[in-house]
Write a new protein. Structure first.
Length: 170
C-alpha cells in the first residue's frame, strides 16, 4: 500500500507512543516529528475517566508550537481510531498544515469538545505522552515541559495495569 493510499494523522498526545497507536491501528507507520504552529498543548480535555487528556488550542501566536508525530495508516482502520478517541463525543477532527522539516503536510488531528482548566492527567497517560515524545526524538525542551506537567496515580488498578502493559509493548 503506497502512502497515497493511506491517511495521515498528527498525534500529539498519548498516540505519539507507537505501542499505544498500534494497539488501536496496527497499520500505523511513523513518518516523523512535526509541528502544528500557532497552537499550544493543553491537558484540559475532559476524559471519560474524569482525568485530563491532551488537546491542541489555537492561540494565533507565532511562537506557539505543538510538537507531535505524523503517522500514515490504512483508511480502513480510521474508524477504530475515531472510536477510541470518541470522535463526535470527546473530540472533533480537523485537518491542517503540519510542518515536518522543510515540508508541509496536511494531516488530520483531534480537537477536544469539552475542556476544563482544572483537569490533571493520570500518571500512565502522561507517561504515554512523554515516552512518545522521547521515542520520536522531539526537542529536549519540549520533552522537559511535558515531564513537568503534574499527574496523579489512577486508583483503578486494572486500567492502570492495562495501560502500563500497552506502554511497555507487552
Amino acid at each position: 500500500m503506497s502512502t497515497a493510499d493511506r491517511i495521515t494523522i498528527f498525534a500529539y498526545g498519548s498516540n505519539m507512543r507507537s505501542s499505544r497507536l498500534k494497539a488501536r491501528t496496527p497499520s500505523a507507520t511513523p513518518l516523523g516529528a512535526g509541528q502544528l504552529k500557532r497552537h499550544a498543548l493543553r491537558w484540559h480535555k475532559t476524559g471519560h475517566d474524569g482525568s485530563g487528556k491532551c488537546d491542541v488550542a489555537h492561540t494565533g501566536r507565532d511562537d506557539d508550537t505543538v510538537w507531535g508525530v505524523l503517522y500514515a495508516l490504512d483508511p480502513a482502520e480510521k474508524p477504530d481510531l475515531d472510536k477510541a478517541e470518541a470522535l463526535g463525543i470527546g473530540y472533533t477532527e480537523k485537518c491542517a498544515a503540519i510542518h515536518i522539516g522543510d515540508e508541509i503536510v496536511e494531516a488530520w488531528f483531534y480537537v477536544a469538545i469539552e475542556t476544563s482548566p482544572n483537569l490533571i492527567p493520570f500518571d500512565w497517560y502522561k507517561a504515554f505522552v512523554v515516552e512518545g515524545a522521547r521515542e520520536h526524538a522531539l526537542p529536549e525542551d519540549y520533552i522537559a515541559a511535558l515531564e513537568a506537567v503534574a499527574a496523579y496515580p489512577d486508583d483503578n488498578e486494572e486500567r492502570a495495569a492495562l495501560n502500563a502493559r500497552i506502554l511497555t509493548g507487552l
